[in-house]
Design a protein around this ligand. Structure first.
Ligand code: PBG
Length: 330
């Protein structure tokens, strides 16, 4: 007697038969246009690998254009600039003027013709310049929100004058977007974009960055300004405020441990959502891969895919150059 066949009209595996059909139905794709590379710039010295971040370098101002040219030739479209400033002070004066590291770095990029297509985003924060390592002005042991805003306005204007395309305030001060928008608009920089670190959590994943930016706190922690890791609604509230204040883009950071936040914001907001795969996320993968415990390329692709799938329009990542290489070879 012949056995009757199993009748199963719905077979999801049909769409997984081979690579062609799998890629046709892929809901998320990564492209070279999705990535922004964070760059650490310092005044002098040579190009030097940053301890704790293998494959990431400090770039001296003198070699910046040359390094960036190589990256642009490899397909990089955008950079996020951070300063490593050795001169730290209570008034944080090295953060300002056309002689600040970031204003000079921006000017170098903008004056180099062959780098014309490179989109430049600059960090707006004080932690790399203050002698205490906090992101704002210290008054009687507390961070003074509104005094900090005034300094952030100065810093953003210095960067705008140097020609920056977008400023990215990262200090989680109340009203930082409104303050920057006002300062920029009053000086006719109406075209300078603002990407707000809308939901920046008080995370342990920033460890390696604090060495890279020389921004380790001399005391305390950042929990009076960065967000508590327990909260989602608070991120939605921050998003609402940033929208009202005139942000162009909302950012979530860190990325992999906060995919729910990226997703919630992308469902609730009509603004583009960016995500930052931070230094600790980078270090974790590098360390495990370095010990032969993980396949670096596969894990990098999987984490970045997850970040994009969760709703990010684009991603700040120290793996940006690696990804450009993987995508070329795929
Ligand atoms: C500080 C700042 C931090 C990062 C970007 N800007 C860290 C911090 O809050 O100490 C973290 C980036 C990373 O870990 O890659 N304004």
């Amino acid at each position: 007697m012949k056995e009757s066949p199993i009748i199963l009209p719905k077979r999801p595996r049909r769409l997984r038969t081979n690579a062609s059909i799998r890629s046709l139905v892929a809901e998320t794709k990564l492209s070279h246009e999705d990535f922004v590379l964070p760059i650490f710039v310092r005044r002098g010295g040579g190009k030097e690998e940053i301890p704790g971040m293998p494959g990431v370098f400090w770039h001296p101002l003198s070699g910046l254009a040359e390094s960036l040219q190589l990256y642009v030739d490899a397909g990089l479209r955008a950079v996020l600039l951070f300063a490593y400033e050795e001169e730290k002070s209570s008034d944080m004066k090295a953060a300002f003027s056309e002689n600040s590291i970031l204003a000079r770095a921006i000017a170098i990029v903008k004056k180099t013709k062959s780098l014309n297509g490179l989109y430049v985003i600059s960090d707006i924060c004080l932690c790399s310049f203050s002698d205490h390592g906090h992101c704002g002005v210290l008054q009687d042991g507390r961070i003074d929100n509104d005094e900090t805003l005034k300094l952030l306005q100065r810093q953003a204007l210095d960067h705008a004058r140097a020609g920056v395309d977008m400023v990215a305030p990262s200090g989680m001060m109340d009203g930082m977007v409104a303050a920057l928008r006002k300062a920029l608009d009053e000086q006719q920089f109406t075209g300078t974009c603002i990407m707000s670190y809308t939901a920046k959590y008080a995370s342990a994943f920033y460890g390696p960055f604090r060495g890279a930016a020389g921004s380790a706190m001399q005391f305390g922690d950042r929990r009076s300004y960065q967000m508590p890791i327990t909260n989602v609604k608070e991120a939605l509230r921050e998003a609402e405020l940033d929208e009202l204040e005139g942000a162009d883009i909302l950012m979530v950071k860190p990325a992999l441990a906060y995919l729910d936040i990226i997703h919630s914001l992308s469902m609730k907001s009509h603004l583009p959502i960016a995500a930052y795969q931070v230094s600790g996320e980078y270090a974790m993968i590098k360390a495990a891969a370095g010990m032969g415990m993980l396949d670096e390329e596969a894990v990098v692709q999987e984490t970045l895919m997850a970040i994009k799938r969760s709703g990010a329009s684009f991603i700040m990542s120290y793996f940006a150059l690696d990804m450009l290489g993987y995508l070329k070879n795929s």
